[in-house]
Design a protein around this ligand. Sequence first.
Ligand SMILES: O=C(O)CCC(=O)C(=O)O
Ligand SMILES: [Fe+2]
Length: 324
Amino acid sequence: MANIPVVSFAPFLQGNEQERRLVAKQVYEAFSTVGFIYLKDHGVSGASVEQVFNESKRFFSLPLDQKLKWRLSDASINQGYTADGAEGVNDHKECYEHRRFRNELCPNDAELKDFKTNIDSFYNNCLTLALNILKCLAIMMNLEEDYFDRITTRADPQLRLLHYPAIPRSEVDRPGHSRIGAHSDFGLCTLLFQDNIGGLQIDPFHTGEFKAAPPIPDTVLVNIGDLCQRLTNGRMKSTMHRVVSPQVAGDMLPDRYSIPFFVHPDPETVIDPITLEPGEPKLYKAVRAGEWRNYNTRRNYGFEGVERTGLGRVDGEEARVALS
Ligand SMILES: O=C(O)CCC(=O)C(=O)O
Ligand SMILES: [Fe+2]
């Protein structure tokens, strides 16, 4: 198993200066080593997590032709439904992406009663939690505590409902196949809620040796994305991860549901590495957050003339969007 710390976030949310700093330090240490942390007592209620998983099951159980009416087709909006095989041909999953501002492809009340209300409410809880987690990074990087609040006011982070359908194990275990292929997330950070099936693995030291990140009840798993690695000049680690066959008995894998929340900055934000030591060289070129997000989304879906390389980080690719 991967050595991912489990930390209570309550002292950060409710504690005094000293208690908050202690949590910030634990979060920073986890993000600068394995790149992942499990947080418990995170303030998003178990009931609201259960409700959003139920909404996810309700959505994905609709007929395919109905879901395709909400099909994601514009990478610059990146909202709506993606069928199995449309993102990562060797992945076995379907997704629904939800945003707070651009949400044209969200089922309305006549189509799926209360879906939008319930997802919006969970979305807001996730955003509040994510911004609190980013405060930990700001504190440890000697930035203003509200540094990340200020670069996310107009941003449109993305809540993703993910369904990995029940499937014969032999299909997922074929060479090159997985439930979701190895990749790093490309935003600032990601919250991940998973059901109890398992199969998530991370490669903490990028050696190709993936280790299990099993579901732990009542926790949210949080990881750093590429933009945070760049912004912190490599101090924070954007760790590769994937979902493979879970260790369950039988030849048929059960359905798996998970719900990531990807935090992105305002599109015009320039992500230029922050250095802390005198003479410290910058490891990355500056990129504009909006172009970075569009480019990576187009690449994942093979949209608009960008060669589809599938999920995963392609070293050197950022030259395509780097600012001169
Ligand atoms: O389903 C999971 O556990 C992981 C999903 C994921 O990594 C992603 O959507 O970026
Ligand atoms: Fe991911």
